[in-house]
Ligand binder design. Sequence first.
Ligand code: ZN
Length: 122
Amino acid sequence: MAREFISGFWYNKSMKNKYGIPEEKLNEIRERDKTCVYCHKKMIKPSDGGQRRDWATIEHLNHLPPWNNPDTVAFCCSSCNSSRSNKKIIDWFKTSYCIDKNINYDSVAEPVRNYIENNEKL
Ligand SMILES: [Zn+2]
């Protein structure tokens, strides 16, 4: 299942998101993930314009449903999001995108490492 890209989400006044994640939870995650959880790039709101690759996007650390579990949600930049697509994170680390940017288990943000520890290293 391809994960969808929801770049217009950030300033959604209806305070709803298509995944059914509680907005409060998302705000907490947004506060936590000030920079991309993978490449640590400073992200911008899509409403601020700029380069699409720098936009903050909702990232599902899991590559299979359910999509509404806040524990598996993080924020990453649009370019990491589209590069990873629906790969497992540990498989994505082997791609040239990650190798070039030096993105690996040791470099990513803690929530990602926790996710890998609990879900991908079984
Ligand atoms: Zn990134």
